[in-house]
Design a protein around this ligand. Structure first.
Ligand code: 7TS
Length: 404
């Protein structure tokens, strides 16, 4: 990997914050966009904009083809069996809400159970709570160890004949833990329970093969994998998606409408009501082409060296206390420094041009488990460097001087 060449592709990395070179370590929140994605979006907005699937005209045809090509790009990226299994959404949150509603309406009834884990992002908790409230179903929770790993041996006792779905994150956004989703899927399959994998923090770091994983749903956000904001993907197995009820009604998701009876379109359109973010989806296709050209393996190897280096450097401060010390981690370093409020640490780093995230990371139950109100989180991408980590470490030294 030629880091200098890669960094040239990301215009924002040349920006300054308060006159200091930007050190962007908030990649778990959103990733920056390469020029290839920016150009693709510009090109479609400036030359080819026309609504898809509708027009008989040149531009509409062209854009429809590009949108459907992007769907095939996503299909190949996660190795789905069919492009009917790829639903474009506005992000992970929308994808999970779609499943919670459409799967929930069809398959979940009073007394049924849904299993999530204690380390989930709020968007993989609240949609299930809403479903449980609607259906008078029960939400069960896989606990997390002090190291921030799932307590796998507790899962069998949580499963019952009433379990309708298990929804877990692949990688924790707050701790960086990479969960052994194969183990969970294998266990679920024994009981014929569908599994949803929240891939918001994994699609950009780990090569995904949904057929090999044999998960039933896999969801991710475009903006976290170098694509445009307001794009996302729901992968679902065709047989399940076929049975699920529509989520939103409107144009495109119907075959025929009358006041007496409306019939619905085929997959994937049944779940894509209204004008989709087609320019965004085309941009997402460009982002996937970009990272695929570098190679997910190369990306993962390099990001792991960054994480190891940062863990060693930050770990050398006796004032640092890490949260999430799992054996298998990806790209996230979460810690408290000198027992300070994370916000204070983040604010000083910010003034030095270093962007980190502080707070609960939308994982309040997990913070409650560790009896903390939040952490400082540095999250890395393949365009970051060891030199930037050195700047970050100097920043922590400054925090120590100020508060020491
Ligand atoms: N699931 C996980 C594991 C996430 O990390 C996030 C966003 C979401 C779901 C929701 O994704 P969205 O694109 O629909 O918002 N995580 C973060 C974060 O860690 N900091 O900002 C957003």
């Amino acid at each position: 990997m030629d880091i200098n060449k890669i960094r040239e592709d990301f215009p924002i990395l040349k920006e300054k914050a308060y006159g200091k070179p930007l050190v962007y370590f908030d990649n778990a929140a959103t990733t920056q966009k390469p020029i290839q994605v920016i150009n693709t979006i510009n090109e479609y907005n400036s030359r080819f904009n026309a609504n898809i699937h509708r027009g008989v005209h040149y531009l509409s045809d062209l854009t429809t083809n590009a949108f459907e090509k992007a769907r095939k790009t996503v299909q190949a990226f996660i190795n789905a069996k069919s492009d009917k299994e790829i639903i474009f959404t506005s992000g992970t949150t929308a994808s999970i809400n779609l499943v919670a509603f459409s799967f929930g309406e069809k398959f979940v009834k009073q007394g049924d159970e849904i299993i999530v884990s204690e380390m989930e992002h709020h968007s993989n908790i609240v949609p299930w709570q809403l479903l449980c409230e609607r259906k008078k179903a029960v939400l069960k929770v896989i606990p997390v160890t002090e190291a921030g790993e799932l307590e796998y041996e507790r899962i069998p006792e949580l499963i019952s004949e009433k379990t309708k779905l298990i929804a877990v994150t692949h990688v924790s956004n707050a701790l960086g833990t990479v969960n052994d989703i194969r183990r969970i899927i294998a266990l679920a399959k024994k009981h014929e329970i569908p599994v949803l994998i929240d891939g918001a923090q994994s699609a950009q770091h780990i090569k995904i093969d949904v057929q090999e994983l044999d998960c039933d749903f896999y969801v991710f956000s475009g903006h976290k994998i170098y694509g445009p904001t307001g794009t996302g993907v729901l992968y679902g197995k065709e047989n399940l998606l076929e049975e699920m009820v529509p989520w939103q009604g409107g144009g495109e998701m119907i075959r025929s409408v009358s006041f007496e009876k409306t019939t619905f379109n085929d997959l994937p359109f049944k779940f894509e009501a209204g004008t989709p973010n087609f320019v965004g989806a085309i941009g997402l296709g460009a982002a996937i082409d970009y990272i695929s050209a570098i190679g997910l393996k190369e990306i993962a190897n390099y990001e792991n060296t960054l994480l190891e280096y940062a863990s060693l450097q930050v770990g050398s401060f006796e004032e640092a206390r890490f949260y999430g010390t799992a054996k298998h981690k990806a790209s996230v370093l979460s810690f408290l420094f000198m027992g300070l409020n994370p916000y204070d640490v983040g604010t000083i780093l910010d003034k030095l041009g270093i962007a980190v995230r502080t707070g609960t990371h939308c994982a309040e139950p997990l913070m409650r488990k560790f009896k903390i109100t939040g952490t400082v989180r540095a999250s890395f991408s393949f365009y970051n460097t060891k030199e930037e980590i050195d700047v970050f470490v100097e920043g922590l030294k400054k925090v120590r001087r100020l508060f020491g």
